[in-house]
Ligand binder design. Structure first.
Ligand code: ZN
Length: 65
């Protein structure tokens, strides 16, 4: 993929991997810069980050039997 902003102005599809710290350094920088300037993606990021942190809190004890 390229970092051409004209090709992909929003970073929504990268946010999941961004939350999980699974992006390359370049991609992480792209997302970080974009979140500073885009309220829509920033709001999505907050939602995804919250969902990810909730999942991380789950333990085997929380799973239904
Ligand atoms: Zn955006």
């Amino acid at each position: 993929m390229t970092a051409d902003p004209r090709e992909s102005p929003h970073v929504r599809r990268l946010l999941g991997a961004y939350v999980l710290d699974a992006l390359t350094v370049d991609e992480t920088g792209t997302v970080t810069r974009h979140l500073r300037t885009c309220d829509a993606c920033a709001a999505d990021y907050v939602e995804i980050a919250q969902a990810a942190s909730l999942l991380a809190l789950l333990t085997e004890d929380d799973l239904p039997e």
